[in-house]
Design a protein. Structure first.
Length: 283
């Protein structure tokens, strides 16, 4: 076996390059990640030799690691936890969330791995919560389907943990958890800010001048009548209390409407002249 080819490096590779190459190949072929166990053994054998200057020198000179069986062109390698390089556990801690390394006899897995999935919901679903069916594949290839209830008021990019619904590959360990990352799709009218909802409301410029009443449709589909006071300026923000999103304590946030002037197009010259006279009278 060509150790350099196994790690994908050349013979002049530095110790840092050897370590980086090992890390990349080991994670790619790790059995717990669905990789080839035999190839994983070869990768560890190669790294165990090339990381050690004395072993590397011996290999470069004789084409084999020290103490290997060289009979009839054969080579044996026993796969035991003792054979792993001392720093493999440190390397793999980076990939197993800082948890127990699978290569240290003094450390053991505490449970099966967690599974992370994404659930996309509408902003309307935040009002009452969302019941959904989630399907995902376990390490053994089996597809799992479960009923989940997302709470009302859930925030975008929140990760919700559902205990004991994760992977069950290792039969002697507790099952992992299911982690659901919630993504809320953008809404055409409403913009969320915590428990509050913001929107832009266009109002005819003449209605802004003389005042009017206007109906708006809330996120839950209710019609509310709001008063636009006369002389309201564009950019004014009107608030409607307790019509926003739910809070954990049972309350509601607010609605905030930013007023935008809707200026009509005037094509008739006589109307333009009337508007000029009105403007002169106001000024």
């Amino acid at each position: 076996m060509d150790y350099y080819k196994t790690l994908g490096i050349n013979r002049n590779a530095s110790s840092d390059e050897i370590k980086k190459a090992y890390k990349k190949q080991a994670m790619k072929h790790h059995p717990d990640k669905g990789g080839d166990g035999a190839q994983f053994q070869k990768i560890n054998e190669a790294y165990d030799t090339l990381k050690n200057p004395q072993k590397k020198s011996h290999y470069d000179r004789f084409g084999s690691a020290p103490n290997q069986n060289m009979g009839a062109g054969s080579r044996s390698y026993e796969f035991r936890s003792d054979d792993f390089p001392n720093d493999i556990g440190d390397i793999f801690n980076q990939f197993f969330g800082g948890g127990p390394s699978p290569f240290n006899r003094r450390q053991q897995y505490r449970k099966n791995r967690d599974i992370v999935i994404e659930a996309q919901i509408e902003l309307e679903d935040v009002l009452e919560g969302k019941e959904l069916i989630a399907s995902y594949r376990l390490t053994n290839g089996r597809e799992q389907s479960v009923n989940l209830q997302l709470p009302k008021g859930v925030e975008n990019n929140t990760t919700i943990k559902f205990p004991s619904l994760g992977d069950d590959y290792h039969s002697g360990l507790p099952r992992g958890d299911l982690l659901v990352r919630v993504k809320i799709r953008p809404h055409a009218k409403w913009h969320r800010d915590g428990i509050n909802l913001h929107s832009i409301e266009k109002v005819n410029v003449f209605d802004l001048m003389i005042g009017t009443k206007k109906n708006i449709r809330t996120l839950e589909g209710r019609n509310l009548a709001i008063t636009i006071p006369k002389g309201t300026q564009p950019g004014t923000v009107l608030s409607i209390s307790e019509q926003g999103l739910p809070t954990r304590g049972g309350g509601r946030g607010n609605i905030y409407l930013t007023i935008q002037a809707d200026i009509p197009k005037v094509h008739k010259e006589e109307i333009v002249e009337q508007l000029k006279r009105i403007k002169d009278e106001i000024n």
